[in-house]
Design a protein around this ligand. Sequence first.
Ligand code: ADP
Ligand code: ASP
Ligand code: MG
Length: 469
Amino acid sequence: MKKIVMKFGGTSVATGENIRRVANIVADSVKKDCRVVVVVSALAGVTNKLVEISEQAKKGDEKKIQAFTKELAEKHLVAVSKAIVNKQLQKETEKIVANTISELKKVLTGICYVGELTPKSRDYVLSFGERLSAPIVCSALRDLKFEAQFFTGKDAGIVTDSNFGEADPLMDYTTHRIWQIILPLFEKGVIPVVTGYIAADQDGVVTTLGRGGSDYTATILAVALAADEVWIWTDVDGIMTTDPKIIPSAKKLSLLSYQEAAEMAIFGAKAMHPRALEPVIKKNIPVRIRSVFHPDNDGTLITKEPEIKSTDVVKAVAMIKDVAMLNVSGGGMVGAPGSYAKVLEVLGKNDINVMMVSTAVSEANMSLVVRRSLLGRALSTLEIAFLGRGLVSEITAEDDVCVIAAMGANMKGTLGVASRIFTAMAQKGINIRMIAQGSSELNISFVVKEKDGEAAVRAIHNEFKLDKI
Ligand code: ADP
Ligand code: ASP
Ligand code: MG
């Protein structure tokens, strides 16, 4: 009997109707004699709204909390009424929604009075999206007469470090706990429905696995349960040659290696969380990305070594928005051992993740890319640490940029790829602000002005004829 972990993203559970569709997809597999664990994201947009309201609560805006929780309750109650037919089940689920919302209200009010939002309390607030969606999916399955049981990531046994906002699982302990808690049910034919994205640290405090982290929950569960496959159900047919929202004619990539898929995830192909592949790579568990709207399409299969080797050089191109570029320069950096390290260390110690680095052989300049939301903090941190101390004389920033990344395993060792990419940019009159190519040679990334981003993606998609791949 095949064991499959199925994860459903935000759009897949955006409405009550979609939740019914999800329940039917699970039911079809169970009827075909599969054992299924279901992992559920928050309803589309809810996590973003929780981010917003937690900021407003911090500013002491109590009125907004009232309006927000009312709207959130309504959204989920409408979903309950559409996803579940049985009146008794509807009532039970409404009660769970009401209790969860009332707890959220208390948390937000607390933040409002204290005027402080810590990474810990922020994770607690963000956990409510999945805590509201998963019980509805669980009831929708019961409504179809399947035995199902709801778990938070914490109750399912996922234990992480205390890196709030980007926590990682303690895999051995987590595996042991999931074996104890989930496996017996699973073997009895009960369908466990687990909240994605959220877990708890060793003290039982709620943590989150990073935005988009439900994919990670799915692969953690798959490894712990020694599943045969992970299916990531989403709103597109699979991993495509680029974001179909930019180029609607983007093609689905049917087979990808773990390495290629990880590279694409890291470089912004949102269809997959960047760290989600780590657990399954070690155990060689295949991952399939597929669409809830076209369940007959078998999606993208990600495995160790795709059976059919492709000859395409560039397979995909991504645009990463919401980034900013910092330029750190100064004659004092020239020939001074450790000067780059000092810059990176200061940022690292202040929890500012650097996404891309490029330096010139003149050694007088270092360019860095960080998330745009971290730019202000990155600038002030660097200014405090370096200005007036001889090493660095100027720090400048550009916040209207984006990163473009071209990817493909066959780029390694193939001559002329960079030249084709940059000629395509020149032909469109797009100026390149910064370039980086890692020695893995699986991708070339560069920075352009945000207004040129989509044109850059289109130019590369055309140059490598990705719509014919
Ligand atoms: P979910 O809510 O199911 O986790 P996400 O929004 O995280 O879904 O990811 C799916 C979205 O990723 C798609 O709707 C698509 O717009 C975007 N996307 C960006 N790049 C790619 C790509 N190369 N292939 C497929 N989807 C992509
Ligand atoms: N709901 C979370 C997010 O929006 C996790 C996820 O959807 O995977 O980031
Ligand atoms: Mg996602």
